[in-house]
Design a protein around this ligand. Structure first.
Ligand SMILES: NC(=O)C1=CN([C@@H]2O[C@H](COP(=O)(O)OP(=O)(O)OC[C@H]3O[C@@H](n4cnc5c(N)ncnc54)[C@H](OP(=O)(O)O)[C@@H]3O)[C@@H](O)[C@H]2O)C=CC1
Ligand SMILES: CC(C)(CO)C(=O)C(=O)O
Length: 309
């Protein structure tokens, strides 16, 4: 609808086959829309492109950057609207900072079936040059979004916008993931709210020490208001419930790396990272031995004494 040539790349062959056969069916609060777009599992079949929008899981950003190298045209750039910290940095390392445009989005979407996407919340998207300058290429992408009826803002502080969403995701998502509570329930459940506020306060100390200008006069209140008002299933809760790897390394894991460099202790964030990583390990352990045989495992354990720690 926006008049651009778009090619979708996904490594899921079933999803790509469904899109190629019947188009991509997107259901949003306004209804259903089927778009007939080119889709492929073979990145070599694409390109050269003017813009590559990177929206893989943040654990895969470096791998995706490696694959994209051959696809970018001479003046091409990459746009990321992924959650977390480290995606812009990984892409800038791969392509040079001048070939990266940053962004963040409050749209929510999930794949329902091959070729079918539920766009559950139409939220605002923000993009901008990393150095805050105005540019024709960012204006052109913003124009494309608007022509496709997606709300978008161009910011001169896109890194602050990315960090603001990072703070929100790092404070709320892991609490929902470990408790199974929705954000609004966390906000109204004293121990869970205490955990959320403790994570948030540590995060805000690191953000301030890092000198990040968050685009909010009161980020603490804004994030607590967000939790109070929302009953969605944050992505980390969805990932834990589906037995998938989470984005903890780009959220509270990234926070710990920043805190470490600044010499700031973040015990609540450290504990939540260990907890989420333990839940991820549980998924792998249960996949390896779905029928856990307690007595034979204990016999093997007794026969192999615990290594000295
Ligand atoms: N969904 C949402 O509502 C929102 C998501 N975001 C952010 O956008 C990003 C994507 O989110 P979402 O789509 O929900 O995440 P999903 O986990 O649903 O999808 C991630 C995609 O990345 C693919 N992928 C993973 N590893 C690789 C790889 N090595 N090479 C190629 N593709 C790979 C996955 O493929 P496979 O399935 O085969 O593993 C999958 O198609 C994340 O950073 C997320 O935080 C931001 C705002 C909202
Ligand atoms: C939907 C939203 C904004 C917050 O819950 C999100 O980014 C996520 O779930 O990771």
């Amino acid at each position: 609808a926006a008049g651009a040539d778009v090619v979708l790349y996904d490594r899921d062959a079933e999803h790509v086959a469904a899109i190629s056969a019947d188009g991509l069916l997107v259901t949003d609060p306004e209804g259903e829309k089927r778009s007939h777009l080119a889709a492929t599992t073979s990145i070599d079949a694409i390109g050269p492109v003017d813009v590559a929008v990177v929206m893989v899981d943040s654990n895969a950003t470096r791998v995706a950057a490696g694959a994209l190298e051959a696809v970018l045209g001479p003046d091409a750039f990459v746009l990321t609207m992924q959650n977390g910290i480290g995606n812009v940095e990984a892409l800038a390392e791969a392509f040079g900072a001048d070939r990266v445009v940053g962004g963040s989005t409050y749209n929510s979407a999930a794949r329902q079936a091959p070729g079918r996407i539920l766009h559950s919340n139409i939220g605002e998207t923000t993009i901008g040059e990393l150095d805050g300058a105005a540019s024709d290429r960012v204006a052109a992408i913003a124009d494309l979004f608007r022509r496709a009826a997606l709300p978008i803002v161009v910011s001169d502080n896109v890194l602050g916008v990315i960090w603001m969403k990072f703070v929100l995701n790092a404070a709320i998502n892991p609490v929902c993931a470990v408790t199974g509570l929705r954000p609004g329930e966390v906000a109204r459940t004293e121990p869970a709210r205490h955990l959320l506020e403790s994570l948030l306060d540590e995060i805000l100390v690191v953000v301030a020490a890092r000198g990040i200008a968050l685009p909010s006069v009161d980020p603490r209140a804004e994030i607590l208001d967000h939790a109070w008002e929302r009953y969605n299933r944050p992505s980390m809760l969805q990932h834990v419930e589906a037995g998938q790897r989470t984005e903890i390394d780009a959220l509270n894991g990234a926070l710990l790396r920043e805190a470490d460099a600044l010499g700031i202790a973040c015990p609540f964030n450290q504990a939540i990272v260990l907890t989420i990583k333990s839940l991820e390990a549980r998924t792998l352990a249960r996949a390896a031995s779905p029928d856990l045989d307690e007595s034979s495992l204990e016999a093997v354990a007794r026969a192999n004494p615990r290594p000295a720690s």
